[in-house]
Design a protein around this ligand. Structure first.
Ligand code: NAI
Ligand code: OAA
Length: 313
């Protein structure tokens, strides 16, 4: 028996709940939101897919009643406003930091043993806030960003190389921001063969640039930010935890010396299993990539500083 709570029944939260239900990732999924009836309605709709899609997951929707989320094994936090075209993720901090503080208090109160996955933006800074506000050990607070950015990177690489998408491997580390993420071209491959064998430098650099603005491109097209791939990425992380799959997932982790950084949550590859972040994986970065990581960390720290200015920390 396993129980997952998703906080925020908007686009990303409901999609994540739906993917988890369809894949039977957990025996019970609870969706909670402050908007009266929203979670109840979405979970009822989802439940009515059971026979159509052949799943048997207990689905519960609640309005702001954390008692029903009690003793969750994993909690995914998507509550927060999304950006509109032309905005950065960092601009969401004032509203979303306040939401995060209230949510974390309830999550820790009702599910003290849960592993928490932070999705709301600006994700790296809100992961840091969740860690500090919850007082939980660092292995139990994970931010979702790198999994999504890497999935997008693989799509753009598949287009650039003409390779089968499922043969493409690629990883994005660093902050989850338009200018802070670092798609690692040096490690990208098609079935283990470096991507440079399949596409020109120019095309590969275009794939990197498109990945970095992947979220902004979707926001411009849709008018609000994306949800299908974000929801699926969060579900994949929950699955790796609950099924102890020990997948190596680029995700936002608290660093204490790794990659030359301290007291920061930022994207690095990690083994994700039943204990949450089980190991931070060390990559041999090129000189240029290491310099980019340093700059990315400096930018994330600048946003973290805002938490003090708005008295969220
Ligand atoms: N880390 C990542 O890779 C990604 C992060 N995001 C972020 O996820 C967040 C959610 O995005 P969407 O689902 O598109 O937004 P949305 O507006 O569709 O849904 C947000 C939901 O949160 C709810 N909410 C607000 N305050 C709450 C509270 N205190 N407790 C419970 N629920 C509360 C709202 O009522 C709303 O239903 C945004 O901050 C967005 O930027 C979105 C995509 C990817
Ligand atoms: O772009 C946004 O604001 C939402 C997000 O983080 C993403 O889709 O990568």
């Amino acid at each position: 028996m396993s129980k997952v709570t998703v906080v925020g029944a908007g686009a990303v939260g409901a999609t994540c709940a739906n993917v988890m239900a369809c894949r039977e990732v957990a025996s019970e999924v609870v969706l909670i939101d402050i908007k009266e009836g929203l979670s109840e309605g979405k979970m009822l709709d989802m439940y009515q897919c059971s026979t159509l899609m052949d799943f048997d997951t207990k689905l519960v929707g609640v309005t702001n009643d954390y008692k029903q989320t009690a003793n969750s094994d994993v909690v995914v936090i998507t509550s927060g406003i999304p950006r509109k075209p032309g905005m950065t993720r960092e601009e969401l901090i004032g509203t979303n930091a306040n939401i995060m503080k209230g949510v974390i208090e309830n999550v820790v109160k009702y599910s003290p043993r849960a592993i928490i996955i932070v999705v709301a933006n600006p994700m790296d800074t809100l992961t840091y806030l969740a860690l500090k506000a919850s007082g939980l050990p660092k292995n139990r607070i994970i931010g979702m960003g790198g999994a999504l950015d890497s999935a997008r990177f693989k799509c753009y690489l598949a287009k650039a190389t003409g390779a089968n998408i499922n043969n493409v491997d690629g990883m994005v580390i660093g902050g989850h921001g338009d200018t802070t993420m670092i798609p690692l071209l040096s490690k990208a491959s098609v079935n283990g063969v470096p991507v440079t064998q399949f596409a020109s430098k120019k095309k590969l650099e275009e794939a990197v640039a498109s990945t970095m603005v992947g979220g902004a491109t979707l926001t411009k097209l849709i008018g609000t930010s994306a949800w299908y791939a974000p929801g699926a990425a969060a579900s994949m992380m929950v699955e790796s935890i609950l099924h102890d799959q020990k997948k190596i997932v680029p995700c936002c982790c608290y660093l204490e010396g790794e990659y030359g950084q301290n007291d920061i949550c930022i994207g690095v590859p990690a083994v994700i299993g039943r204990k949450g972040i089980e190991k931070i994986v060390k990559l041999d970065l090129t000189k240029e990539e290491a310099a980019k990581f340093e700059a990315s960390a400096a930018a994330v720290r600048k946003t973290n500083q805002v938490l003090h200015e708005i008295k969220a920390l």
